[in-house]
Ligand binder design. Structure first.
Ligand code: SF4
Ligand code: FES
Length: 251
């Protein structure tokens, strides 16, 4: 009998190669540990698994006490930013196969925010900065229908609308590490989103807030934030545009 595959017939899925990944995770339980410590885990993973999949596997099969945040698992909610091999990344967007699997993968919480447990930090200071730049439309008039905006006007701030508030930028910033009062890149990105929105009337209020000693002038243009952003936002450029708007007014 012929074994030829007929056109349109489903074929068996190709075998997905498996491999062993070693994760060294910085653990901390404030109820038990005086100091954080590193713990290593070996896990068998497959083809396109991500760091988040490895963390799930460790939690479900080896140590249920491992704590981390995640929700969407698809780079949308912004809840699983962490330091992976020393760089801020979303665990759900970091493919294991893109890392050097001949070496252990170091995973720890993002820096500059109070450590709560394992990979979880207290995000309150981050969201306080975000709230302080008034991240909402300020407009005195009430149109009968929609607020009209041209394609070019919309394009002016398109990039900064993509922020998912993951804090990867702010917690990669050396100024933020040493001075928790600095607003940080994410707050400035979200101020940019409204400052350059033609429908908004609160630009000067936000520029005055960011002209503060803890505002945009603390930025040292190290580009860590741009490198860390999982949405590809040119964070340093957005900060530079806000600085220019403070000096020359918004273009
Ligand atoms: S600008 Fe990028 S890195 Fe910063 S909070 Fe928004 S999405 Fe995250
Ligand atoms: S889990 Fe939502 S962005 Fe990674």
């Amino acid at each position: 009998m012929s074994t030829a595959v007929l056109e349109g017939q489903p074929t068996a899925p190709a075998e997905v190669p498996s491999f062993t990944a070693t994760l060294i995770i910085r653990r901390y339980d404030p109820e038990v540990d005086a100091e954080p410590y590193w713990q290593d885990f070996d896990v068998t993973m497959h083809g396109t698994d991500r760091v988040l999949d490895a963390l799930h596997k460790i939690k479900w099969e080896q140590d249920g006490s491992l704590s981390f945040r995640r929700s969407c698992a698809h780079g949308v909610c912004g809840s699983d930013a962490m330091r992976i091999n020393g760089r801020n990344r979303l665990a759900c967007k970091t493919l294991l196969k893109d890392l050097d699997l001949s070496k252990p993968i170091y995973v720890e919480a993002i820096k500059g925010l109070p450590l709560e447990k394992d990979l979880i930090v207290d995000m309150d200071p981050f969201f306080e900065s975000y709230k302080s730049i008034q991240p909402f439309l300020i407009a005195s008039s009430k149109p009968e229908k929609e607020r009209i905006q041209s394609v070019a006007q919309r394009a002016r701030f398109d990039e900064t609308t993509k922020c998912i508030l993951c804090a990867a930028c702010t917690s990669s910033c050396p100024v933020f590490w040493t001075d928790g009062q600095y607003f940080g890149p994410a707050a400035i990105v979200n101020a940019h989103r409204f400052i350059f929105d033609s429908r908004d009337e609160g630009a000067q209020v936000r520029l005055d807030i960011l002209n503060d000693k803890e505002g945009v002038w603390r930025c040292r243009t190290t580009f860590n934030c741009t490198d860390a952003c999982p949405r590809g936002i040119e964070v340093t450029k957005a900060i530079a545009e806000v600085k220019a708007a403070i000096i020359r007014g918004k273009a």
